[in-house]
Design a protein around this ligand. Sequence first.
Ligand code: NAD
Length: 319
Amino acid sequence: MKTILVTGGAGFIGSHLCERLLSHGYRVICFDNFDPFYDLNLKIRNVEEITKKFPETFSLVTGDIRNRDHLKETFQKERIDLVFHLAAKAGVRPSLLEPQLYEEVNVRGTIFLLETCRVFGVKKFIFASSSSVYGESNRVPFSEEDLDLRPISPYGVTKRAGELLCYCYHHLYQIEVACLRIFTAYGPRQRPEMAIYKFTALVDQGEEIPVYGDGSSQRDYTYIDDLIDGMIAVLDHHQGFEIYNLGESRMTSLRELIRLIEEALGKKAKIQRLDPQKGDVSMTYADIQKAKQRLGYQPKVPIEEGIERFVRWYKGSMH
Ligand code: NAD
């Protein structure tokens, strides 16, 4: 049985990934420091749910990727075959307030993890990158072939730095690496500070939702199950060093997103208009041809259905 280390496995995407890996018969070690970026209870609940379903093959290490000794100890104790590296300070806007912290966790933490892989001979590494590496590019849809990348937030820069470090370790030490550029993931367990969750909660409570800009900004949203399908496909189809976009390859405006949330909740949104935020890009749009061809990736849940599913989960989790 193969053992997979999932850093950030207690979080939104990581917890879904752990569950899927476990259901495919892998042994999974979740390495997470329960960062207080959002309500810790949500992460504790995620881990409890997984432990209940897979008591034999799931284990948790509470640790920080900035602690090299703890990483070393973990790799010494377990024979790790592959690493899914998701632990990070996530989110664009907070990265403008604490750029140094983003550098520490997302860049230095990634170096420590890659170094530990090198020392312990781990030859497969999958890195959660982000659409934010594309910055304000107007070459749409965004393609992995585009090398002229200019991220416009410290968060985006740290993710691009992570990709470059991965490439370097692949080149120097023949570690096989896939960097997955994730386009706004959403679904059950989503981070509560992300727009879909935040708007749903505020509209449900009859409170105003803060809308930055005129609502015309557009995002490519990826339903969590589709994203996990793509992440898992990498295990079977990937070799060498590659970057893959994982999105729905469709743009939805903020205005349309709010309408879908209103419809799913059966409530009207009260909108508070605010100036556009620095660091936010005006659009994201994934070219997913490469992931389709090489990984067999095929997103199945359109935003209309995904929002309905999310709102159903949200209502269930509130009671
Ligand atoms: P999340 O915050 O729910 O998960 C990140 C996890 O990492 C958390 O459980 C947190 O406790 C852990 N963590 C943070 N700092 C750590 C540290 N120093 N040591 C160990 N663990 C640490 O976020 P998410 O939305 O699930 O994102 C997962 C990954 O995917 C991140 O790398 C993020 O940058 C990337 N990503 C997410 C999205 C998205 O739409 N959610 C889009 C692009 C990229």
